[in-house]
Design a protein around this ligand. Structure first.
Ligand code: KIV
Length: 293
């Protein structure tokens, strides 16, 4: 057994994939409880996935938490923001990810307007769990507390999302603004985080929260794991939108991300090269291809 930087065992056992292929299984199966148990310990390195091969690759790389985020709308479906994403969109992509049978804990966003009441939140959370989610995530603090309590009461693990709430970007005038800059914003975020923890959330994403406030929430919440995105280093974990990390959406990269690859540019180059080979071959072969011997 090797030891990995994230502390999980790397036994590289061969798991049996539903399609018959075997692939390395590189870490222990994760649950909301095992993620929560990392509080104050091994940081949670989380990423998003929207399709089967990406989920498998992340899992094989030892990512313990994979989110089918509603960023789907922007980085896969071509919408200007996440408010266009539907339950059908989320379920379709979640099922593709779930087929990867990850050892990572796979979660899924409840999309815009899918958790307006406790009853609607529970009904939609149940659908996502039936599609293979291991937890659901929704945006907001005390204003969605009845929904959070109802989801948790169903035994469905819940992850909060505070700070910049992309589902509210239209109300914010289309701007993704940093939160927690003034005393009022700081106090609101801390109260919301404590309320989510008290309601039973096992984790909470902190998006674009000022680093001191994210650190304070992380310190004050004793049983809820904080997972930061653009919120500084002092969270219990970090999450990124995978295309941002690998340069898969080269038209926009958030300021706080340093891409590790240029997959978008590489795809463009490889395709352009192949196109010129095909075009060159066609102009060499003046009679064109023959279907008959
Ligand atoms: O939708 C998403 O991908 C998210 C992450 C940015 C945390 O919510």
């Amino acid at each position: 057994m090797d030891s990995r930087p994230d502390g999980a065992s790397l036994s590289l056992k061969l798991g049996l994939h539903p399609l018959g292929a075997s692939f390395p299984v590189s870490h222990a199966r994760q649950t909301a409880a095992s993620i929560r148990a990392r509080k104050g310990g091994v940081p949670v390195a989380a990423l998003t996935a929207y399709d089967h091969p990406t989920a498998r690759l992340l899992d094989e790389a030892g990512v313990p938490l994979i989110l089918v985020g509603d960023s789907l709308g922007m980085v896969v479906l071509g919408h200007p923001d996440t408010t266009h994403v539907t339950m059908d969109d989320m379920r379709h992509h979640l099922r593709a990810v779930a087929r990867a049978q990850c050892r990572a804990l796979v979660g899924c966003d409840l999309p815009f307007k899918s958790y307006e009441t406790p009853e609607q939140a529970v009904a939609n959370a149940r659908l996502l769990m039936a599609d293979g989610a291991g937890f659901v995530k929704a945006e907001g603090g005390r204003e969605i507390m009845a929904q959070v309590r109802a989801i948790v009461a169903e035994g469905i693990p819940f992850c909060g999302h505070l700070g910049m709430l992309p589902q509210h970007v239209v109300e914010e005038g289309g701007k993704y603004r940093i939160k927690g800059r003034d005393d009022e914003g700081r106090a609101r975020l801390i109260e919301d985080a404590l309320a989510l923890e008290a309601a039973g959330a096992f984790a909470c994403v902190l998006e674009l929260v000022t680093p001191p406030v994210a650190a304070e929430i992380t310190r004050q919440c004793q049983s809820m794991v904080t997972i930061g995105i653009g919120s500084g280093p002092d969270c219990d974990g970090q999450i990124l939108v995978t295309p941002d990390l690998v340069g898969g959406f080269p038209w926009f990269t958030p300021r706080f991300v340093k891409p590790r690859l240029k997959t978008g540019a590489d795809i463009r180059d490889a395709v352009a090269q192949w196109v010129s080979e095909v075009v060159g071959k066609a102009s060499d072969d003046k009679d064109g291809p023959s279907c008959h011997p």
